[in-house]
Design a protein around this ligand. Sequence first.
Ligand code: SF4
Length: 323
Amino acid sequence: MSMNMEDNRDVLLEVKNLKKYFKVPNGYLHAVDDVSFTLERGKTLGIVGESGCGKSTTGRAILRLIEPTAGEVIFEGRDITTLNKSQMRDMRKDMQIIFQDPFSSLDPRQTVSQAIEEPLKINGIIKDKNERLERVMELMKTVGLAERLVNTYPHELDGGRRQRIGIARALAMNPKFIVCDEPVSALDVSIQAQILNLMKEIQEDLGLTYMFITHDLSVINHFADDIGVMYLGRMIEKAPTETLFENPMHPYTNALLSAIPVPSIHNRKERILLKGEVGSPVNPKPMCRFATRCPYATEQCFQEEPELIEVEKDHFVACHMCK
Ligand code: SF4
């Protein structure tokens, strides 16, 4: 069964066979290779994988911050890969991004107020200066930034407050969908939970849909409705969060889960240490991309690329062993 079978659900975003290849001296780097999934309105899809697996590139290609090589990105029934620049500018109001490093994504010369009002100004959303300031104050309240900080600069604030500015900027246009690209990875552990709670509250209040990209499964354990695991440009497992944690099927997902610290000694799984070299994403051969590290690899795994198939309701796995 294919991934695109979500008939009666309120699907906001459908990604079909998305590819992003980069030309490199010896061929093409397959950063995102034939990735498909659907995302229901108001839900969170977590995308998990190691650095270089293509998760951030997927997020950026969906927003067309980088142009996809192929595939469809259907947002509210419309394939946005066919839109011209001005149509895309309009569409971006609905589709925003929160970046990993709030410091480098903010202009150090802008005050909090200027940073938050910038998207409103650029897009001509609120032309009156006083009305814009009112909206800025409203957004600051939404993200828990005190009024007194309105004229401060990013370097005067801690990481958590800077990320709150990043969230306010993303919310400024009243979006429906936000790509959250490792939004808490650069923050102290003590602040991570505050920001995650804030994002959850905002999602519930505003009915937002999130694609939450992270290298750390434990961050989205209690946050995401569904989780997709990526490896070398491919989606190798996707399932509702509870299913993925209780019944992971792909050997790579098992290894990722075994790395999560569990407080109780009784629930602790033995850590699976992956051996072998990570394969190359440049001109990949038609084989399982995890085969070079997989303890269960057979001859078939080196000769045939496994497809993502539904092995139980809403649980998709790309592994010859799981058919
Ligand atoms: Fe391992 Fe083969 Fe499954 Fe790939 S297809 S994950 S190599 S068992």
